[in-house]
Design a binder for this molecule. Sequence first.
Ligand code: NDP
Length: 327
Amino acid sequence: AQVWKLKTDFDGIPKEEDFELVEEDLLSLKDNEILVQAVYLSLNPYFRVVASVQKDLPGEQVAKIIESKATDFPVGSLVCVHAGWRSHTVVDVTLARGSGNSVELIQEVPELSLSLWLGAAGMPGVTAYLSFLEKCDPKSGEVIVVTAASGAVGATVGQLAKNLGLTVIGIAGSKDKCEYIKSLGFDYAINYKEDNMSDALDKAAPNGVDIYYDNVGGTIADTVYGKLRDHGRVLICGLISNYNTSEEKGKNWSKDILFKKLKIQGFIVYDPANLAKFSTTRNELISLLLQGKVKAKEHVTEGFTKMPAAFIELFTGANFGKAIVKA
Ligand code: NDP
């Protein structure tokens, strides 16, 4: 197997020199084990925070079974598996979802690309669905702001919000990304690299913001917090602007929280309560994708050897859509 490892712990934005590709011998299969070959690999911003030289690089794959000693997992079937940055992996099929190399058989849907099992019909989609619908208490007519809005999580949240009749303001880092989210039905798109965000938010939401879905933290979050209305809700899903620095960016909003009676929540998709809903939520998302009620854009990089380069793009904004590597 080819396996990507970290040569050195990250310091600032990840660099290609931080990674090395090594060859690893695989043990022969025991009962209840399968050998899988990666077809699509997922790249997620959170790897930056959890990866270390001590551990294997994490992440889900869509993979093909090429040897099997497990009933119900025949050779040739496709699985979604937490196998990390590896070309081939021996997996124990009895492991539960979220733990180590957990594995789930894929029921293929001819109309949908298998890579979606890592994106809009996978971890980021499930994150968007559960965190927005179950935690943000959205109501028709309310105003939501979503950051990293063209990305895997943000674009899904924005579309779910539109489907419920909210006014949706997306914040993204380029003209193309802004045009894209408008094409998805977002009411307003703000380019945080060019626009005056505070003025643009005042224009789009003259009466303030009800829900802030935060994927980035930092100074962008600061500007949006200042626009929240009484009883506003904040869902902190990610803090990508802080992942590459040890300095905590962001103001202290205690006074606003108190006087505007804000509700601020964090969300982690890998919490057991969310994992228990993973499969049913995935099915909901597949149905929304098939009906065209959620659309998904993918940023596919060809070649397992490009994993580090494709990962680094997440932190420069060079990815446009869910970051996937096709092995
Ligand atoms: P995306 O597909 O949105 O890719 C990351 C995007 O973040 C980039 O394209 C870039 O877009 C934006 N970005 C990068 N650096 C910065 C920065 N310094 N300031 C502002 N924006 C930046 O990724 P995902 O949809 O997979 O993830 C989005 C967020 O959700 C991440 O923070 C991630 O960690 C989090 N997440 C959390 C989960 C949970 O369970 N809590 C689960 C899954 C994801 P742009 O060009 O617009 O700047």
